[in-house]
Ligand binder design. Structure first.
Ligand code: FAD
Length: 313
């Protein structure tokens, strides 16, 4: 499938249940690591296994701030014919069911020292520290990991020493596009719920949709959702053409994320007390949106990328 196809699917899955999106997202995150950074031999070893039903995951976020991977503390020391990896990873989606981990660690000090390694699930020392309990995306699973003297063969490093950070950012630059489409899908679901309620809820003889205090915010969000989708399409098309799309991707992810928070907030308010009623879906939309917004880089991190692109460093 092309990028646009994947994005259309992401939007529709998220409309129904965003907790299912990681099945698409995590597969892409792992795959892009090998696709963009691996040798032909590594592609054969680590990609073909996915076609056989195995699962890969992406372990970048460290115990330090996820927004600043440069400050990563996990280390990889070369000892004879292997690397020995130690550290901690946070919020790693599907770590419990993954067969292969694209795992990032620092080879020595300095910004350019982060490398990426493929780690097999049964490697001794790869331990689950905690199942992260998120308020939203309840069907999605993320874990904190402890890395205690993981022995990883030299040939499992993807790229050269210090290529990891560039690779991690290149991967995210591709996967953030479908995430933006996911945000559009959930925004649409929230908007539809708000419209349905506004058209049926009668107060003082009129449906509340007749009030401009309700209908104008709906009109604004409907417009912003379309704008977010168009931004995301632009990034997807540029990605398919293999053109530079860093700014476009971050614009789409940032804008779609902001629209999502506005859309679920609007739905919550239009529904009044039902907006927080556990028997109605809108309260889930709110929880899912807030749990989802930081994944693959917060809106502020996208603004950092956009400002560097438009202003320069
Ligand atoms: C559902 C979910 C799934 C995830 N799955 C994975 C996964 O599979 N693999 C993985 O590696 N990680 C995963 N993550 C982690 C995710 O990438 C991080 O949560 C994210 O990068 C933010 O890092 P943080 O949580 O440490 O926040 P922090 O980096 O501590 O940020 C805290 C706040 O500071 C703000 N901030 C940071 N820098 C600046 C700045 N320069 N200017 C202004 N504000 C700033 C941020 O925007 C944020 O609001 C997942 C997260 C979630 C929520």
């Amino acid at each position: 499938m092309g990028k646009v196809d994947v994005c259309i699917i992401a939007e529709e899955i998220a409309y129904g249940l965003p907790a299912l999106i990681p099945f698409l997202e995590i597969a892409q995150l792992y795959t892009y690591v090998i696709k963009l950074g691996g040798t032909e031999e590594q592609k054969k070893r680590f990609l073909t296994r996915l076609a056989g039903g195995e699962i890969g995951c992406y372990a970048l976020t460290d115990e330090g701030p996820g927004s600043d991977p440069v400050s990563m503390k996990s280390t990889a020391s070369q000892k004879d014919s292997e690397f020995v990896i130690n550290g901690k990873k946070r919020l790693i989606t599907f770590a419990d069911m993954a067969d292969l981990f694209a795992l990032f660690a620092r080879e020595d000090s300095g910004d350019k020292s982060i490398s990426c390694f493929i780690v097999e699930k049964d490697t001794p020392g790869l331990k689950f520290d905690k199942h992260c309990q998120l308020s939203g995306l309840r069907g999605h699973r993320a874990y904190d990991l402890k890395l205690e003297n993981l022995h990883v063969p030299l040939e499992n490093r993807i790229g050269s020493r210090g290529d990891g950070l560039r690779l991690a950012l290149q991967v995210l630059n591709n996967t953030r596009i479908s995430l933006a489409f996911g945000y559009v899908g959930l925004s649409r679901a929230a908007l539809d719920a708000a419209i349905k309620h506004a058209k049926t809820r009668v107060i003082a003889g009129n449906t509340i949709s007749k009030n401009q205090g309700i209908s104008f915010p709906i009109a604004e969000i409907a417009t912003e959702i379309d704008a977010a989708r168009l931004l995301a399409y632009r990034a997807a098309v540029l990605s398919e053409r293999e053109a530079n799309h860093r700014k476009h991707t971050s614009m789409a992810k940032m804008f779609a994320g902001e629209v999502l928070i506005k859309a679920v907030t609007l739905a919550n308010r239009v529904l009044g007390g039902y907006g927080s009623d556990m028997e109605w879906t809108v309260e889930r939309y709110v929880r899912d949106a807030f749990a989802w917004i930081a994944a693959q880089g917060t809106p502020e991190v996208q603004k950092l990328i956009i400002s560097r692109e438009v202003i320069g460093k």
